[in-house]
Design a protein around this ligand. Sequence first.
Ligand code: GLA
Length: 673
Amino acid sequence: MKKFILSGLYFGGDYTPEHFPRAVMDEDMRLMKQAGVNLATVNVFSWVQLQPNEEAWTFDWLDEVMNTLAENGVGADLGTATASTPAWMAKTYPEILPIDDKGLPYHHGSRQTFNPNSPVYREKSAILVRKLAERYRNHPALCMWHVNNELSQLLNYDYSDITIRKFRAWCQARFGTCEAMNRTWGLHFWGNNIHDWDELMPPMRTAHQVNTSLLLDWKRFTNECYMEVARAEIEILREVTPNVPVTTNFLYEFKNLDYFAWADMLDFISVSSFPDPKVTNHPGEAALSHDMMRGLKDQPFVLLEQAPSQVNWRLANVNKKPGVMRLWSHQGMAHGSDGFLFFQWRASVHGSEKFHSAMVPHIGEDSRVFREMTAFGRELPHLREIVGSDVRADIAMVLDYNTWWTVEFTPGPTALLSYLDNLKAYHYALFEQNLTVDVVPVDRDLSRYKVVIAPLLYMIKPGFKESIERFTASGGVFVTTFFSGVVNEFDEVFHGGYPGPLSELLGVKVEEFEAMKPYVQNRVVVGDDLPGLSGDYDATLWCDILQLHGATPLATFGEDYFKGSPAVTMNEFGKGRAYYIATLPTKDFLKPFLKQLCAEQGVRPVLETPEGVEAVVRSRDGTDYLFVLNHNYEPVEVTLPPGWHFDLLTQIRVEGVVALGPVQTLILKENPT
Ligand code: GLA
């Protein structure tokens, strides 16, 4: 895959000068210059401002915005404006309005209220996007295209006749005959077979649960519908402006779409990243999200939206304390972000988001937030050289969106199961020890990794068994858990027991499983077989009762009728080893367990740091950039690797033990010459 590298280190925010009197734009330019802003996201929701009725086009205001930006050395992340449809369109063409799962229509208002499959929406969007591309193709401000906005965030299903007909055709193309679909999905269950394509319904309101294979394919279909919306725009943009990069903002911890399927369409990945700044937030949460975004294309990404301080959509919206905006931006960069954009430049004075923080708050420039932004912006030229470098990771964590969907909509074995929480348990255990992780899809080449972890890999798609066996046989360490290897890509359970195709690799079979109530726990009892661990640990959420088929038990369950049965196993496979964890152990188990596995593979922490201090390395052509991030609200001392280092932020040499203030960062150029 050819790596796309951005041409600068971008800094700025969502910019809506059309919402303010004209004079404010001059003020904005002065302040942008003061803060060092070099990119503004414009025109995201402005369709109606460009096309107030079907016949009229009014680009003059956007011309002025683009010209003003260019004159002031600020680039544009130019929105295609398709995220909010004009009122006239809903009035003239009500088919553009989506229908909910009870058959009721949505109404005009708000944003993203469009049926992704409406031919009218598609046609009108294409006209708009072509006009924009042709008008601004040679504009000096145009840096990148911002397709639509956070597609499928607010509305991710449509049940209109248009969409239902399209779904039927999609299924017909997929399965050929109703009989084949009935068989593959198992529609005989509860007598749901169909004999004519017209009988097929998407999962709308019914008395009881809908077939899970149907749900899965409906979700895949919907994902493809939104991909078509984006692709239609991208094709026009690529045709008219082949040299302008294209992105669309993805979302933090978002499962509606299969982002791995989307990644190839885009030149680079960008994300709206809004972790909760409450003091109890685990800093690994953002780290995992960043690792997911970097993993989508295996290249750097851009933080296209962060909150300068608080958002307005949580129950209670906590501020980013002084220094946290800078710390979290640096954390983003440590994990691969090559840009820092914020929602929003200037606080809006109308509508739903007027109490969302902004780089320029309502009070104006004489404010903590703007001062922090200005100080942050002034440092950025020192970090420019990091753009395009890679994050170094020897550990891969497998993420599969289809698994994420199915484990959470499948009734039983436990409604308490969260796919992301299971990923987090493993990721946090590594994160807290400065063991860096790449997040990868099931079909990525694994040969460059030394350890591959696939928590809860419920669905095994064709090719994964071979790929993970190859990886392990050639010396890799593979770790997986309960509820893995259960179904094929159609959500049909593998015959002969789980972990299905992974049974031989893991040397175990699951005979029974039990989900635990929140207040019930079992124990993982460790003997002498796991270095660094002894005694017993909490086992939560789930217990598999395993049969051994070649694997060695390393720990056993401590309670219940299956006391003494294996809780953790290891199977030698070729030159490598495959581990199975039959429960969700707590961090006190996972940390030493994973650290030991990594150490045996020669994978060491980036740096030994005090608790709450993160260390990550980015590298390029033999130059390393060591990020040391103090997530604590207290000062700490950090012992640096031997030798001296060049501190890019302060531009001085450092060595030995350094003091790091609360929420402060070191970004060190290693091996400086
Ligand atoms: C998203 C949207 C923005 C704005 C912010 C508020 O990221 O893209 O338009 O609504 O959320 O947090």
